[in-house]
Design a protein. Structure first.
Length: 171
């Protein structure tokens, strides 16, 4: 506490990004499910790996430009996905690719500020709206006809009135 009686905001200097990711992971494990922890830590870890590769070893050196560059490269990179059978294909990335990274980084930087590792959020000034879900394609006539054929086939194979109606017996 300072003399005015309010908590003093201490900002630590020279904190390694790997160490911070571990702390973030431990904090998430207390409040969220394991898949959520993996989701957030995977996205944040990828960003921090890139930051370290560009020479940033301290979280306080990350600025808005680094984040914008990362988001830009997410769409520009065309990674190759390899399946277990040896086949591969280029992944197609869209604007929706960036959203999970944005959410994960936002949560990470807010955590870092609350813990006193950062004074300001490098995401300030970068605000995105959640992307709209892709439109659902309606069934075309061929799909409906195939579905009706399957139902008709099942009805012809049924032997009892209960099977033909599809209702469960009421007791």
């Amino acid at each position: 506490m300072d003399r005015a009686g309010s908590p003093r905001q201490m900002v630590q200097t020279q904190v390694g990004v790997k160490w911070l990711l571990e702390g973030f992971k431990y904090e998430l494990e207390i409040t969220t499910k394991p898949k959520t922890v993996a989701y957030y830590c995977g996205h944040v870890g990828r960003f921090l790996q890139r930051a370290e590769a560009t020479g940033i070893s301290d979280i306080n050196l990350i600025d808005r430009r680094h984040i914008q560059s990362f988001f830009h490269d997410l769409l520009e990179e065309r990674p190759i996905a390899t399946a277990g059978n040896g086949s591969s294909r280029r992944l197609h990335r869209t604007e929706r690719t960036r959203w999970p990274y944005y959410v994960s980084l936002r949560r990470f930087f807010v955590w870092a500020i609350n813990e006193g590792y950062l004074q300001r959020n490098p995401l300030d000034g970068i605000a995105w709206k959640r992307p709209k879900d892709p439109p659902i394609e309606p069934y075309n006539r061929d799909h409906l006809e195939q579905m009706l054929k399957v139902l008709d086939h099942d009805w012809q194979l049924s032997k009892t009135p209960r099977q033909k109606c599809g209702h469960k017996a009421e007791f």
